[in-house]
Write a protein that binds this ligand. Structure first.
Ligand code: ATP
Ligand code: MG
Length: 464
């Protein structure tokens, strides 16, 4: 059954009389599922300026508004604008249905089967327009939960009052109204932004169970915004951490990218470890970290390096950090494989990283385009030991040289690879062909040396 309580083109009519709420009633009410009195912060009382909103988002907002619909910016963009963090993504919420949105915009595509969303495209920028959704706890609607309380179906349109309640944190549930540039706050989000606190809307345990990814989101926002996680949310997290195992591995890969490629990887890592979430995501790594301070040092150096790159707008690939996380477990397993069977160190690293990759996939579905280069990067590490001869010089041409070299430098920086050898590999990259040949002592081999003639193969025996 689809319930749509806010029919299109009646936008102005359904807007409730605005209640100016000055009390802290939302704080007393936390834990309930009823929206609190709406607090409207007029334009003069906040500093979210239209200059902070992309032109494309403004176009979408104005066109919806002119067509008679309610039209708001919502979520992270309002929060970040309030915090002067210059938002880049803009999400729009409206009472227009996706079909009604599409009718207004030529450049619009409807996506999603479970819950339809409109994507309005302006060149490379996409503005996501979502119809208000109903809260997840209505007995009469067609939401469905699994045994642990996780939402598995979520496709009911609703009003703005209902839409507020399905959002995760109060700071993410602020609505910027294009009609008069005011901010609508039903849940005390403005105050929580000011207090720098991540407060879950509704009953914390129930909200974490509905979607255990919210635990990762709590950590991600705490790291990015420098917010404290509210005690009630912390308590729920302490209990609900194992529920992360029920989240599809593909979704966790998307979350992994957001956690570690946003420029706050080190802080995020510390918080994930603090709340025992890291062990759910990377069990083998977590165990190795507990036992090896030098591995922790190496991981930390890699995270700092990633943060520096992201902040300098340099590219980062997830395979590098995943390789770092799996390095110590891979090395340990490789040593075991070598003791079982004769093989080179490189071969054993490749085999071990394959095996660990397979068990890691059960937690986080890492696409093959990342696992294959990651294995190559790890398997190349022993080759940096060799600084003489043709095989050694060939490493410079390997397609994974760059990543493997960066990886080796981090090992050297943290005292886990010979510093002189690391310098050698840095130096040779800037040398001419002749200089390189000298560095790798390739010339040392006598010139014009006669090739040894191969012994003729013995004839195959007749019995074969
Ligand atoms: P950022 O863009 O910095 O990652 P964001 O808050 O915009 O932060 P998004 O993942 O883009 O996060 O989601 C947009 C909004 O949708 C959120 O602010 C929140 O209101 C809502 N939302 C997203 N994911 C969830 C979730 N798992 N549970 C409840 N609400 C969610
Ligand atoms: Mg966002």
């Amino acid at each position: 059954m689809q319930v749509f309580t806010a029919p299109g083109r009646a936008g102005a009519a359904i807007i409730r009389p605005l209640t100016q709420c000055t009390s802290d009633s939302h704080l007393k009410n936390s834990g309930t599922q009823k929206p609190n009195a709406l607090k409207v912060i007029p334009r003069a009382a906040h500093h979210v300026s239209r200059d902070e909103i992309s032109k494309s988002a403004l176009k979408v907002l104005y066109r919806l508004h002119k067509a008679g619909y309610q039209s708001f910016l919502v979520g992270g963009c309002v929060r970040d604008a309030m915090l002067d963090l210059h938002p880049k993504d803009f999400d729009v919420a409206t009472n227009a249905t996706p079909e009604e949105v599409r009718a207004l915009f030529g450049n619009c595509r409807l996506i999603g089967r479970r819950f339809r969303l409109a994507h309005v495209r302006f060149g490379r920028e996409i503005i996501e327009v979502a119809t208000f959704r109903a809260a997840s706890n209505h007995a009469h609607d067609d939401h469905a939960h699994d045994d642990e309380g996780r939402i598995v179906r979520d496709n009911v349109y609703g009003s703005i009052e209902e839409d507020v309640l399905r959002r995760d944190f109060t700071c993410n549930a602020l609505y910027y109204n294009i009609a008069d540039f005011s901010i609508w706050d039903y849940v005390g989000g403005v105050r929580d932004v000011e207090r720098k606190r991540l407060v879950l809307i509704g009953d914390p345990d129930k909200r974490m169970r509905e979607d255990p990814v919210r635990m990762l989101r709590a950590v991600r926002f705490a790291a990015k915004l420098d917010f404290e996680i509210d005690t009630a949310a912390e308590k729920a997290m302490a209990k609900d951490v194992p529920l992360l195992a029920n989240v599809p591995a593909a979704r966790l890969f998307d979350e992994f990218l957001k956690l570690f490629q946003a420029g706050f990887a080190e802080k995020t890592f510390d918080l994930l470890r603090k709340y025992k979430l890291f062990a759910e995501l990377f069990p083998a790594t977590d165990e190795a970290l507990d036992q090896n301070p030098s591995f922790l040092q190496f991981v930390r150096a890699a995270l700092q390096n990633t943060d520096r790159r992201v902040r300098a707008d340099k590219s980062v690939t997830p395979m590098f950090l995943i390789g770092v996380f799996l390095w110590k477990p891979t090395k340990d397993l490789a040593a075991i494989r070598r003791s079982e069977e004769k093989m080179s160190e490189s071969q054993s690293l490749s085999l071990a990283s394959y095996e660990l990759g397979v068990s890691q996939q059960r937690r986080i579905a890492i696409p093959r385009r990342f696992t294959v280069p990651m294995r190559e990067m790890l398997a190349l590490q022993p080759r940096f030991q060799q600084t003489r001869g043709k095989r050694a010089i060939k490493l410079l041409e390997h397609r994974r040289f760059r990543a493997a070299y960066d990886f080796m430098l981090l090992l050297a920086d943290t005292g886990q690879f010979d510093k002189d050898k690391a310098e050698f590999w840095t130096k040779v990259q800037n040398q001419s062909a002749e200089q390189r040949a000298a560095s790798f002592q390739i010339d040392a081999q006598p010139k014009g040396r006669r090739r040894r003639r191969r012994r003729p193969r013995s004839k195959p025996s007749k019995s074969r």
